[in-house]
Design a protein around this ligand. Structure first.
Ligand code: GAP
Length: 455
């Protein structure tokens, strides 16, 4: 993979050769679409952009929320053994001292002696990607955590960190959750939220950024059940991506070699996606053993073991952790969904997004701006809004509006035409097949809910 140089004027994402079978220029096309249609903007763009930091626009925020909702639904709502929390992002040194991140959460940093750009040694393939030199300094460990001071006095005691993973929030709240929910192993604590890493080489659009969102779940199990649950969660998580439309031939499972395991892990398997630059991580599923609970119990003096009333034994539960990235997952779904085809001899761009992920599920389109049509179209819109995220679009020809919604992945367009005023029926147009059917307004919500599998 081509690493992105830490120098001004560098491209926003690396232009890497694409493996066979991947659409030419796919990355550029998706990046352009994201900006043009309001999915993702460069942060602080009017000031020249804040490198490798992104803002999510009106469509992006819907899709990001949909990814999180789909994860929460599968990991929390549809289960009786997982509860959620929302822990603080800002945390004291003691947490990161105990977790091992202060010592171990590092990447090997080298500097090019020629142009002074800095790189992750383990991602370099030889010469400096910026100037071609092969003369680098010795690698030194570079801690990825963002450090700050909490309060007005900037001394040692005020040092705080932006969390580099959401996981520690679950470990430090283990006893609180156990007491307040009466859960017992096997059970899980889930969280979605922002994490921050001072990545040496952020790259590939939102694939690796310094500010990003994670969706993580710590599943606490009896010590002798670790391997069983590790396999269970690998399968569950794989299934989640496929159910949301990820093509099976673009996904694979890759167990980590002993040399790449994180400091807390006894075994990790990555779910990988075939990105335009090759296979890369979407999500890691780790067996963290009892590492974190023990470390926090030792460091804090709190009781973080579990008393099993049925056996009378105390033990530290082992932890299986499926850890995914919201922003990275959204990008993978966009890449997988992007397509160019022809409709009636006309080229179109279409995102074949699963309806749960699409920014809008339904677009309501009055055929013209005539007042009577708009009045009825707004009635239809208000009927649909409690059930679906809807767009209302009245500008330009109906054909242009269909194309616009194909391009942002809206699965269903509902057109209100002049006949609708007489027969109280509307046309549903389906994105992937472009098939159109006429449906009475009275059953429109039921029809669309049934298409969405929600009746
Ligand atoms: N608690 C374990 C943990 O944080 P990780 O593999 O470092 O494990 C989990 O991170 C997931 O978070 C990754 O699989 C990826 O999807 C996402 N992620 C990690 N670093 C990221 C970054 N710099 N930018 C975007 N997403 C990132």
């Amino acid at each position: 993979m081509t690493a992105e140089p830490e120098v001004p004027g560098a491209p926003a994402h690396a232009a890497a050769p694409e493996p066979d079978g991947v659409t030419d220029g796919l990355m550029d096309k998706v990046v352009n679409l994201c900006k043009r249609r309001g999915f993702i903007f460069q942060s602080a763009e009017i000031y020249g952009g804040f490198r490798s930091t992104y803002d999510y626009g009106p469509l992006g925020v819907n899709m990001l929320r949909n990814v999180k909702n789909a994860w929460w639904r599968s990991m929390v709502q549809l289960r009786d053994d997982v509860v959620g929390i929302d822990a603080a992002i800002l945390s004291p040194s003691s947490v990161w001292e105990a977790s091992g991140h202060l010592r171990n959460f590092t990447d090997p940093l080298v500097e090019c002696r020629q142009c002074h750009s800095r790189w992750r040694a383990d991602k370099l393939t030889g010469p400096c990607p910026n100037c071609g030199s092969t003369d680098f300094t010795e690698a030194r460990p570079f801690n990825l955590m963002f450090k700050t001071h909490a309060g007005p006095i900037e001394d040692e005691g005020a040092i705080a960190y932006l969390r580099p993973e959401t996981a520690q929030g679950m470990f430090v709240n283990f006893a609180n959750v156990l007491q307040t929910t009466r859960k017992r192993p096997p059970f899980g604590i889930a969280q979605i939220g922002k994490s921050f890493r001072n990545e040496i080489t952020p790259q590939n659009f939102v694939f690796r950024t310094r500010e990003f969102e994670q969706m993580e779940m710590e599943y606490f199990v009896p010590p002798d059940e670790g391997q069983k649950w590790h396999e269970y969660w690998i399968n569950e998580r794989y299934r989640w991506y496929l159910e949301l439309g990820m093509p099976p031939d673009k996904m694979r499972l890759r167990p980590h070699g002993a040399d790449e395991l994180s400091h807390y892990s006894s075994a990790t398997s990555d779910l990988e996606y075939l990105f335009p630059w090759g296979w890369d991580e979407l999500e890691g599923i780790a067996n963290r053993t009892d590492y974190d609970l023990r470390r926090h119990a030792e460091a804090s003096g709190a009781h973080l073991d579990y008393f099993d009333p049925t056996t009378g034994e105390r033990y530290y539960p082992h932890v299986i952790e499926p850890a995914g990235g919201v922003t990275r997952t959204m990008m993978a779904f966009l890449l997988a969904a992007y397509d160019e085809d022809e409709v009636g001899g006309e080229a179109r761009t279409v995102l074949h997004l699963h309806h749960r992920l699409a920014p809008y599920q339904v677009a309501v389109l009055p055929l013209s701006k005539k007042e009577q049509l708009e009045t009825m179209a707004r009635e239809v819109l208000h009927q649909l809004q409690p059930h679906f995220m809807c767009d209302y679009d009245v500008t330009q020809s109906i054909g242009r509006r269909y194309r616009r919604h194909d391009e942002i992945g809206t699965p269903w367009c509902v057109t209100v035409d002049f006949d609708s005023l007489d027969d109280r029926a509307v046309t549903i147009r389906e994105r992937d097949t472009t098939a159109q059917v006429r449906v009475p307004v009275d059953v429109l919500v039921a029809e669309l809910r049934s298409r969405a599998g929600e009746d």
